[in-house]
Design a protein around this ligand. Structure first.
Ligand SMILES: Nc1ncnc2c1ncn2[C@@H]1O[C@H](COP(=O)(O)OP(=O)(O)O)[C@@H](O)[C@H]1O
Ligand SMILES: [Mg+2]
Length: 260
């Protein structure tokens, strides 16, 4: 087996007396999609905040490219090649597509103190890249982000992370607010990222979305890894059961019948 890009070993994260993560161990591999499943309050957000340098573990180890690492900040994690795409991506609808693509990494022109952002070049590169991602509806970098659909914004965010060389992509519920067509566009983009060797952590509530792209699955229940398996090792029904918080659906139905 090849070395995982990131590995968590027995990671705990507590907030006062709340233990949000309890001895979590998992591996994130390059060129694989890891689906992170779990109910509200299971610890998913806390886990991705540990992966992205926003939180430091209370105990346990984090290995990045085989070396024990401590990301002191999200900035440090980003510099290491870890990109996080939040659900509310592109929440600045009045920003131009070109600005949004570069977000603080715009090409500059001239020398200080006459240095300025090269808007034309930024727009040109942004539009070229978006055409590559399949966002053919966007023709001008001056177009506002607010004119793009939710799915297009997710695709843009994933493509941008790839363009800037992300090794690991954390996607927090990227498909949950989308219609079928939009969601499939985002899932397709995730497959493209995988093909490019990016390690993807995909947080979702949608078992169908998870099963359609996932290579590996981790189910969190109350901060603990309740199940961890590879594609094909469990049926769709078993996954649904696990996602329902470890309750066995068949047993649940039997109980209900008895009540009737
Ligand atoms: N910053 C925080 N301070 C205190 N408690 C927190 C904080 N973040 C999360 N928690 C608690 O940790 C647990 C897991 O939360 P979270 O990671 O947000 O779950 P999920 O994303 O799966 O819904 C919850 O009990 C939550 O209240
Ligand atoms: Mg959450």
């Amino acid at each position: 087996m090849t070395q995982p890009l990131m590995e968590l070993v027995q990671v705990d994260k507590s907030f006062g007396s709340t233990r949000a993560l309890n001895a979590v161990s998992m591996k994130v591999e390059a060129g694989k999609i890891l689906c992170l499943l779990g109910d509200n309050g299971a610890g998913k957000s806390t886990l991705i905040k540990v992966l992205s340098g926003y939180h430091q573990p209370t105990a346990g180890k984090l290995l990045f490219e085989g070396r024990e690492t401590r990301f002191a900040s999200p900035r440090e994690a980003r510099q290491g090649g870890i990109a996080t795409v939040h659900q509310d991506v592109g929440s600045i609808p009045l920003m131009s597509v070109g600005r949004n693509f570069f977000l603080g990494a715009e090409p500059v022109r001239g020398r200080w103190p006459f240095r300025s952002i090269d808007t034309q070049r930024a727009n040109k590169v942004a539009v070229e890249q978006m055409q590559k991602f399949g966002l053919t509806r966007v023709r001008s970098g001056d177009q506002l982000v607010g004119t793009m659909s939710g799915g297009e914004r997710q695709v843009l965010a994933i493509g941008r992370a790839m363009y800037f060389g992300a090794k690991m992509l954390i996607l927090d519920e990227p498909t949950s607010a989308l219609g079928v067509k939009e969601a499939s566009m985002v899932l397709k983009m995730m497959r493209v990222a995988r093909q490019n060797g990016v390690a993807i952590v995909f947080i979702t509530h949608n078992a169908r979305h998870a099963m359609s792209v996932g290579d590996n699955f981790v189910v969190l229940i109350q901060g603990e890894v309740a199940a961890s398996f590879a594609r094909g090792e469990k049926s769709r029904e078993e996954v649904l059961n696990l996602m329902a918080g470890g309750e066995d659906m068949a047993e649940l139905e039997e109980d209900l019948e008895q009540i009737d």
